[in-house]
Design a protein around this ligand. Structure first.
Ligand SMILES: Nc1ncnc2c1ncn2[C@@H]1O[C@H](COP(=O)(O)OP(=O)(O)OP(=O)(O)O)[C@@H](O)[C@H]1O
Ligand SMILES: [Mg+2]
Length: 292
């Protein structure tokens, strides 16, 4: 039991360190040179995937996938199980190397040349489906850790939180609807609240691009609605790629701007792209996904 708990804690710590862009306390020269604020989005795109192919034993999980996300855009991505949505996020975050293709963050940063921790440190935040918060720590402490992790070496020199950092934690608590729960152990939160806490831990590191894989899976209807409000409030100041099967949620994210683009993935490629109404009316999309 104890060994299992320790292994789990070690894994948690590794994932936090990876998310914070540190590996064994070392920052790479690349991540020091390219700070998120300096990201070149002069051409409008914050993320550009070109002709990406990923094969697993000959099976193409991604098949010449080409996709461009504008700075400040919220892009919803839908598609059947096995379409390659998670694999796409694995490629963007450096977890999986494609067999072919190109992936750029801004117009100059070649993601395929960077390691996972470097990609996290230049402003790409990823939310996995399963919440991975520190269950034994309070909500506040989870945010504090995420904030300090972002500062790398400096955080270990200045142990105390500055007033500015306290404010930032306070703002994040409000944003993720956990202000009243700041002192509770994260493990005592509902599933939806844990998801929000993890989103808060990403946001506090101020990522430019947020990748969210099935963020409302397991949430109640009310939690789902509040999550939609949260994401909509981030749009513009952040770029978001949201993968979801919950069409009510996709509807909530797009209803205020009917022209907002939705991408449908199928068999590792883009099957359709357009407004939600467009893709819902697309016969191929109905056939492979929505009509089921
Ligand atoms: N490491 C791996 N080894 C072998 N096959 C894999 C691996 N990762 C993914 N696949 C396969 O690649 C395909 C795409 O998987 P992926 O997880 O990207 O789909 P998805 O669109 O995220 O599906 P879901 O909606 O079910 O989450 C699937 O057929 C999956 O079984
Ligand atoms: Mg998936």
């Amino acid at each position: 039991m104890r060994a299992g708990a320790n292994a789990r804690r070690a894994a948690e710590q590794r994932s936090i360190a990876a998310a914070a862009g540190k590996s064994g306390g070392r920052e790479t020269s690349y991540s020091r040179v390219v700070r998120p604020g300096e990201l070149d989005v002069a051409h409008g795109a914050i993320l550009y995937l070109d002709d990406i192919t990923v094969s697993f034993d000959g099976f193409k999980a991604l098949n010449a996938l080409t996709l461009s996300i504008s700075a400040g855009e919220m892009r919803c991505i839908i598609g059947p199980n096995g379409a390659g949505k998670t694999t796409m996020m694995d490629v963007i975050t450096g977890k999986t190397r494609p067999d072919a293709g190109q992936a750029f963050f801004g117009s100059t940063i070649d993601l395929l040349r960077l390691r996972e921790n470097e990609i996290a440190s230049i402003g790409v935040g990823r939310k996995f489906q399963k919440p991975t918060v520190f269950e034994h720590l309070s909500v506040f402490e989870n945010l504090e850790l995420a904030l300090k992790a972002d500062r790398g070496v400096r955080a270990s020199l200045f142990f105390r939180l500055s007033g500015e950092q306290l404010d930032r934690i306070g703002e994040t608590l409000v944003l993720i609807h956990l202000k009243e729960h700041a002192q509770r152990a994260a493990g005592a939160l509902s599933h939806g609240q844990k998801q929000w806490l993890e989103i808060g831990m990403l946001l506090i590191q101020n990522p430019r691009l947020l990748l969210l894989d099935e963020p409302v899976a397991g949430m109640t209807d009310e939690e789902t609605e509040r999550t939609a409000e949260l994401f909509l409030s981030l749009e513009g100041s952040h770029s978001l790629v949201v993968v979801e099967h919950d069409m009510k949620f996709i509807h909530a994210l797009t209803v205020g701007n009917p022209a907002k683009k939705v991408t449908v993935l199928h068999e590792g490629s883009v099957l359709a792209e357009g407004s939600l109404a467009d893709v819902q009316a697309n016969e191929k999309v109905v056939e492979v996904y929505l009509g089921r």
